[in-house]
Write a protein that binds this ligand. Structure first.
Ligand code: CU
Length: 351
């Protein structure tokens, strides 16, 4: 194990298996050290003063004490500079922890009750096992399908909340081969304590070989499936979305290439600001996309008929995620600047 020191064992800390673990632990030691040292010091001084200045007779009066300026400056300045030092050290660590190094590889993380799903852009999906190369920074883009979870790898000293309808990110660089436990650090329901997964750290060459292998597998499966209008630039999750949309019949009303249809086109939908029949403007994010499928009557896009059926209970969480990823992959800056173009049937159909 790397970096096994006496203090490390004394505090029962897990292995320091990431590039930042040592720095986090050093801050930990420093804070524990100074607080212990400080409290013992205060106790000793108090004990000494109790004895030295104890009451010696019934009519004894206390002295009037007039501290010098130097003493005052010392008493205020000492602790103040100590706290400022804490702040500087803590802040430096914080910035480091929250700034993924440039060139980090991305992995999408989806949390749901009660599992972790990892999706590699243009690569495989994995449930509850996150395989990463040793000594290479990894950025995690995380979201939740239901409630708030928290991604926690004790060995890496990494902990970050995962929120529904929003992406949060964190990063790490693993420096120790082998398996490291992932826990959920936010109480999220009955199965919370079972929401465990693993980071599997492998040598970089083995990782690259595995990823290439997985991609080849995906590619051949796709050839057999033959999805129409596959978004080439998208991730494998987005390609899965095409299959889900075909199965669910979304393409009966929606297009993915910008052409008009019964419902708004999905091209450039993500990040667009839609105008509703009642005049509200809604910025299209993951939460809105999900809501549109589950409760289509809640927000009707201006110019369209309220004919979309609800898919509540007909799509499970991974399918919904795949559809959201598909729509997100269909980017067009031009279309994003305007609200949805009118439907294919145009004014003929309208009252
Ligand atoms: Cu959880």
């Amino acid at each position: 194990m790397t970096g096994e020191t006496f203090v490390h064992r004394l505090l029962f800390l897990p292995p320091q298996a990431s590039s930042i673990a040592k720095a986090v632990d050093h801050l930990h030691y420093f804070i524990i050290g100074t607080t212990m040292f400080g409290s013992v010091g205060v106790a000793l001084v108090a004990l000494y003063l109790f004895v030295r200045w104890r009451r010696r007779s019934e009519d004894q009066r206390s002295y009037r004490v007039e501290p010098s300026k130097t003493f005052e400056v010392l008493v205020i300045g000492g602790p103040l500079s100590l706290f400022l030092l804490w702040f500087v050290l803590g802040f430096r660590g914080y910035v480091k922890l929250y700034t993924p190094p440039p060139g980090a590889m991305d992995v999408y993380v989806t949390a749901k009750q009660w599992m972790w799903k990892f999706s590699y852009p243009d690569g495989p999906n994995a449930i509850d096992v996150l395989r990463v190369p040793e000594n290479r920074p990894v950025r995690l883009l995380m979201t939740s399908r239901d409630v708030i979870h928290s991604f926690f790898v004790p060995d890496f000293r990494v902990k970050q909340d995962v929120l529904p309808g929003r992406y949060t990110q964190t990063w790490f660089e693993a420096v120790e081969l082998g398996r490291h436990q992932i826990l959920c650090a936010e109480y999220c329901g009955l199965g919370h304590s079972m929401m465990r997964a693993w980071v599997d750290v492998v040598p970089p060459d083995r990782y690259d070989a595995w990823l290439a292998d997985q991609r080849r597998g995906l590619a051949s499966r796709q050839d057999m499936g033959g999805p129409v209008g596959t978004p080439e630039a998208g991730t494998s999750l987005a390609r899965e979305g095409v299959r889900v949309a075909e199965r669910a019949g979304c393409f009966k009303c929606h297009s993915i290439d910008g052409s008009a249809h019964i419902g708004p086109t999905w091209l450039g939908l993500y990040h667009r600001t839609e105008v509703m029949t009642d005049g509200r403007r809604i910025y299209v994010d993951e939460a809105y996309l999900t809501k549109s499928m589950m409760d289509p009557m809640a927000d009707i896009v201006a110019g369209f008929e309220p004919v979309m059926p609800t898919f509540q209970g007909k799509l499970d969480a991974p399918e919904t995620a795949a559809l959201v990823e598909l729509i997100k992959s269909l980017q067009s800056r031009e279309l994003q600047r305007h609200p949805a173009a009118p439907p294919a049937y145009g004014p003929i159909f309208r009252r």
